[in-house]
Design a protein around this ligand. Sequence first.
Ligand SMILES: [Zn+2]
Ligand SMILES: [Zn+2]
Length: 101
Amino acid sequence: MRTFFKHEMTSAPADKRDKAKAKLKAWQTLRQLVLLRDKRRCRVCKSGTQVDVHHVRFRSVLGPDSMSNLASICRCCHAEIHLHKLTLSGDANGTLKVTRC
Ligand SMILES: [Zn+2]
Ligand SMILES: [Zn+2]
């Protein structure tokens, strides 16, 4: 029993690490595609500085990792979105609706 446990303990993290790595790589590829589609410009203010990728429907509420749910947003607007001063809705592949509260 003791050896079995030991084996479990040493093999599990390596497998997990590989999965995490694969996931990270997939995310980085998707992120690049989103930035390319948006020409590295913020979808809210069109600024080209410190642009990052944002989930239109937050991941915390099960927003999918897909092009239609991801938009390029600059640091400034991104902060406002997460402070709930700005709300994004719609399809990032089409028209995104920006609501200012
Ligand atoms: Zn912006
Ligand atoms: Zn965000």
